[in-house]
Design a protein around this ligand. Structure first.
Ligand code: SF4
Length: 420
């Protein structure tokens, strides 16, 4: 989401004659786009702001803006700590940043600047379809910073994707904090994520569509069928479960039971037995007992996810968990649990990847440098191989070697048929 926001701001600034630079040196404006989802991300932003503040104090003349989830309605503490920042802008509050460097303009042009689209470097692009989140997970800062769910108008989304297709983008990822909630808040239009998939099928130039992040309760059978029915849509789901323990899900206020999460996974595997399913987990949430943690581990071993993003819990000021639940799991135990999950997943990923040796995979070539290529399969497996002048193409690769996190192969013979 932040990547999409940065691109949009950059496109807006370009409209007014500014030029993006590769480094902050010599810039008239530096914008730090921040993430507050974990403490570590915030600390990195503080470090960067410290360096930029020093440069300003030393006499460098540039405007400094901070945008994104670190910025809230009350920034007094941040303003006190970083007085050299010229503007604090909440997510999608682009106008005040542009006003810093462009005089006398009315730049708003309506919600989300419907006609300002950026072109990312590379073959793939993120397209936000819904902003904000209506859920109330106790640990999460996102709803407090990004507000309630607001879906974009479908025609605006399609216009953006058509623009991206014209610039050579081959794959788009539809993004939202809870992407299947798309359309729920649109009063005059009846539309869901499946309808957007259908419209993209007819856009020439776009070969693949991905979507993230899923929220189990919002995932309907209609959307699952749409993933299976529309050939451009990749059969890859990122459905965060966060914990395998019923009592823990309750404390996290995730809004579903383990049985409901499992049912969604079964629904997907019934329609698409080979679909890739990834998840997110938090370990060391307040009060996490050995039993609760072992329930999570059991879930990992039972479901054999394709990928897991695991994070150790870090309290976020302002959230319910920060105010009401003691962060009582030591850093050592958090690290140990993180390691146990990572080891279990490494074994699962290795087994899954070994099963792909000697298969032929369809790969979208996303990078090519001096004959070395990198791309991804429809199931989001990273593939390395050698090739020339094939950037942006979907090509068949025979897989010979694997690691837990990627595959290695060679260009397939023309008579080798991909197994997806
Ligand atoms: S669903 Fe929960 S974790 Fe995800 S963005 Fe919304 S509040 Fe945060």
């Amino acid at each position: 989401m932040n990547e999409a926001d940065s691109l949009k701001l950059s496109a807006g600034l370009t409209k007014f004659g500014l030029e993006e630079l590769n480094s902050e040196e010599n810039a008239d404006l530096v914008v730090v786009n921040t993430c507050a989802v974990r403490q570590h991300a915030e600390e990195r932003a503080y470090g960067q702001l410290g360096n930029l503040t020093k440069r300003k104090k030393d006499g460098d003349d540039f405007k400094l803006a901070v945008m994104g989830c670190m910025v809230s309605n009350n920034n007094k503490e941040l303003q006190r700590r970083f007085p050299m920042v010229d503007i604090w802008a909440k997510p999608q509050e682009f106008d005040p940043i542009i006003d810093l460097v462009v005089d006398n303009t009315d730049v708003s042009n309506g919600e989300f600047w419907p006609n300002t689209f950026g072109k990312p470097n590379g073959m793939t692009a993120f397209v936000p379809v819904i902003h904000g989140c209506n859920k109330i997970c106790t640990y999460c800062i996102v709803p407090l910073r990004r507000g309630r769910e607001i879906s974009r108008d479908p025609s605006e989304i399609i216009n953006e994707i058509k623009f991206l297709a014209k610039t050579g983008i081959k794959e788009i990822t539809l993004v939202g904090q809870t992407v299947e909630a798309y359309g729920n808040d649109l009063i005059d239009i009846k539309v869901d994520l499946g309808d957007i998939f259908e419209k993209i099928e007819n856009i020439n130039g776009i070969d693949r569509v991905r979507f993230l992040t899923s929220y189990p309760v919002d995932m309907t059978k209609k959307i699952i069928s749409a993933v299976s029915d529309f050939p451009k849509v990749c059969e890859h789901f990122l459905i965060p479960v966060q914990s395998g323990s019923e009592s823990m899900l309750k404390r996290m206020r995730r809004g579903y039971k383990i049985s409901e999460f499992k049912e969604k996974v079964y629904n997907i595997r019934e329609v698409m037995p080979k679909a890739a399913i990834s998840t997110d987990l938090i370990v060391g949430f307040p009060g996490e007992t050995n039993k609760e943690f072992s329930d999570t581990l059991k879930l990992v071993e039972e479901f054999k996810f394709d990928k897991i993003h695991t994070a150790a819990y870090s309290p976020r000021p302002g959230t319910f968990a920060y105010r009401k639940l003691e962060d009582d799991i030591s850093i050592e135990i958090k690290k140990e649990r993180l390691q146990i999950i990572e080891l279990a997943q490494k074994k699962i990923s290795t087994e899954k990847n070994i099963a792909l040796i000697k298969s032929v995979q369809e790969v979208l070539v996303e990078k090519e440098q001096a004959g070395k290529c990198t791309g991804r399969t429809k199931h989001n497996k990273l593939v390395h191989f050698n090739g020339k002048n094939i950037l942006g193409q979907i090509i068949n690769v025979s897989i010979h070697e694997v690691s837990p996190w990627s595959l290695k192969g060679t260009l397939a013979e023309t008579n080798e048929i991909p197994i997806i």
